[in-house]
Design a protein around this ligand. Structure first.
Ligand SMILES: [Zn+2]
Length: 54
């Protein structure tokens, strides 16, 4: 997996409806979990999106 050496794609999954909308880069071995406020078109509002492996 991974197109670059030290990065890989992860999903950003809506925390409310659990749908996958976005992919983003994340560094391998990063100690943190990504959490981003993104617009969810199903919830029709901004929700916290959490990372999930592709
Ligand atoms: Zn949602």
């Amino acid at each position: 997996m991974g197109l670059k050496n030290k990065e890989h794609y992860v999903w950003l999954v809506c925390g409310e409806c659990d749908r996958r909308h976005y992919t983003t880069w994340k560094k391998l071995k990063a100690a943190y979990k990504l959490e981003k406020s993104k617009y969810c078109k199903f919830c029709r509002k901004h929700t916290t999106h959490k990372e999930k492996k592709l």
